[in-house]
Design a protein around this ligand. Structure first.
Ligand SMILES: NC(=O)c1ccc[n+]([C@@H]2O[C@H](COP(=O)([O-])OP(=O)(O)OC[C@H]3O[C@@H](n4cnc5c(N)ncnc54)[C@H](O)[C@@H]3O)[C@@H](O)[C@H]2O)c1
Length: 343
């Protein structure tokens, strides 16, 4: 049994808690740390979100220990693993401290706000005994995992074009609106679109260069990005990521992947499930596993901890590169020029 301390009981922390409930028998949440007292005591009724278990409820946490200061968990022998679900600007300090304290660390995306912070985390992980993964849930989402499988086995021939989409309305749910402050969250490019940046790196490797156009709020925070990446194999790779839609616009993610002999299209809230189109045959809708990326990523990380094996499906180095490429897109948007990737 892996004893877990959950740090940050906001939108995503609450979601992760629900996954541990589903995974009871392999892991147990023994402590919940949040600076907000109601939240560490299980009053999650005021917490919203854009996806998954979006609306919170009040929970009876039983014998789970409420913790106000995360530092008190560093030397706690009753904690094997921490799951860091606090705002992004706190990731680097917390993850590094827990790695150095010998804990297994699952930390929410984006890895951090700067490449320097990511490198500090990698340095802390290098000498640490614990497993370490950034929670890039999209890599574990069934439809995206299916696309990766199709790419790897080459059943439809070479990739001609890939378009990744992530779309939403303003995220108004974060505590004190930290997410809307680019200094704390990195704006829509680092907070939202980074999912697709990381996924594309996992699928295709690093691009040679990126070119982006982005739109900003009056505060200067980018809330929309359209990007085009260059690869030596010449596939067209483009992205659309935004959270500037009016309230009520349903969160959506999806992709279009065009291969030599087939095309695959998926939109989370579209009319169709993942559909494969081929000349001469009816569109196919292959069955997908019922579990989502949140469950799958935690299931996978627990497996790594059980086997004492560093994660391979999502490595901290790739998560660091995703931050570097997302920041390069911001530079491209700012300068109007393509940015060469040298990470
Ligand atoms: N994987 C995903 O799909 C996904 C979705 C949403 C958010 N996230 C990421 O998860 C992280 C948290 O986002 P959120 O939407 O849950 O934010 P949130 O504001 O809803 O929750 C953050 C929680 O952390 C707590 N907190 C803040 N400082 C703390 C501290 N020092 N010690 C303990 N608790 C502290 C807050 O009180 C709050 O309850 C961000 O990095 C975000 O990018 C990932």
């Amino acid at each position: 049994m892996i004893n877990v301390a959950l740090i940050g009981a906001g939108f995503i922390g609450r979601n992760h808690f629900n996954q541990y409930v589903r995974l009871a028998g392999r892991a147990k949440v023994v402590a919940i740390c949040d600076t907000e007292e109601p939240r560490r005591l299980g009053d999650w009724s005021g917490i919203g979100g854009n996806l998954g278990d979006a609306q919170g409820t009040r929970r009876d946490l039983g014998d789970i220990r409420p913790v106000a200061d995360w530092r008190t968990l560093l030397d706690d022998p009753g904690v094997d693993m921490v799951d860091i679900c606090v705002p992004t600007y706190l990731h680097a300090e917390m993850a590094s401290a827990f790695l150095e304290a010998g804990k297994h660390v699952l930390c929410e995306k984006p890895m951090a706000l700067t490449v320097e912070q990511c490198d500090e985390m990698l340095a802390a992980a290098a000498d640490a005994p614990g497993c370490f993964m950034i929670a890039q849930c999209v890599r574990f989402w069934p439809e995206y995992a299916f696309l990766r499988e199709v790419m790897r086995d080459g059943r439809f021939g070479a990739l001609k074009a890939l378009e990744l989409r992530r779309q939403g309305s303003f995220p108004k749910y974060s505590l004190e609106h930290w997410i809307l402050n680019p200094e704390l969250s990195g704006g829509a490019i680092l907070d939202l679109h980074v999912h697709d940046v990381d996924y594309a790196i996992g699928l295709l490797g690093l691009p040679l260069s990126v070119f982006a156009r982005a739109a900003a709020q009056p505060s200067g925070a980018y809330d929309r990005v359209h990007a085009l990446w260059t690869y030596p194999h010449a596939a067209v790779v483009e992205f659309e990521g935004f959270w500037d839609m009016p309230a009520g616009y349903q969160f959506n993610m999806g992709f279009t992947a065009v291969f030599e002999r087939a095309a695959m299209v998926w939109s989370m809230f579209g009319d169709r499930p993942l559909t494969i189109f081929r000349e001469g045959s009816q569109p196919e809708t292959p069955a997908m596993p019922a579990t989502d990326g949140y469950y799958n990523e935690i299931d996978y990380f627990l497996g790594c901890v059980e086997r004492r094996e560093q994660p391979k499906l999502s490595t901290p180095r790739e998560s660091r590169d995703a931050v570097a490429v997302a920041l390069a897109e911001m530079e491209s948007a700012r300068t109007g020029r393509a940015v060469t990737i040298a990470v």
